[in-house]
Ligand binder design. Structure first.
Ligand code: 2BA
Length: 108
């Protein structure tokens, strides 16, 4: 069994959770915040049997799309009096997945 930790954009969360649930996956949805943008995103915890892992990844690919946004978050540390906000574009990934082996899974 694997535990998939999926960090996705808030805009994709409702669709992905409902698709996964319909497909029989069990999902826990957490509100999270990206360290760089300091903006909300969504983290899903999904316990999945090894043979269903590829189906899960496909389901994420169908819903989660990369998006480009404009931000003024500084790329370098701010030194007092020297920071001038400068808008630039970054591409936020459709999803960031961490896939971990599960030693033991119990539902009580
Ligand atoms: P954030 O940390 O808010 O990052 C949002 C987007 O900002 C990133 O998209 C990336 O395009 C950019 N970015 C992040 N750190 C940067 C840096 N030091 N310099 C320049 N640009 C930077 P993604 O890479 O698709 O990440 C989306 C969200 O996924 C992240 O939100 C974070 O919450 C999570 N994430 C991504 N990689 C992670 C990792 N290795 N560990 C933990 N969380 C991660």
């Amino acid at each position: 069994m694997k535990l998939v930790i999926a960090i996705i954009q808030d805009d994709d969360a409702a669709n992905l959770v409902s698709n996964l649930t319909e497909e029989g996956f069990r999902v826990t949805k957490l509100a999270s915040t990206g360290g760089f943008l300091k903006a909300g995103n969504t983290t899903l915890l999904i316990g999945v049997e090894d043979e269903k892992l590829d189906d899960l990844i496909k389901a994420v690919e169908v819903v989660c799309r990369p998006r480009e946004i404009t931000t003024s978050v500084p790329l370098m540390p701010i030194v007092e009096d020297t920071y001038i906000p400068y808008p630039y574009n970054i591409k936020i990934g459709g999803a960031t997945l961490f896939i971990l082996d599960v030693d033991r899974y119990e539902r009580i």
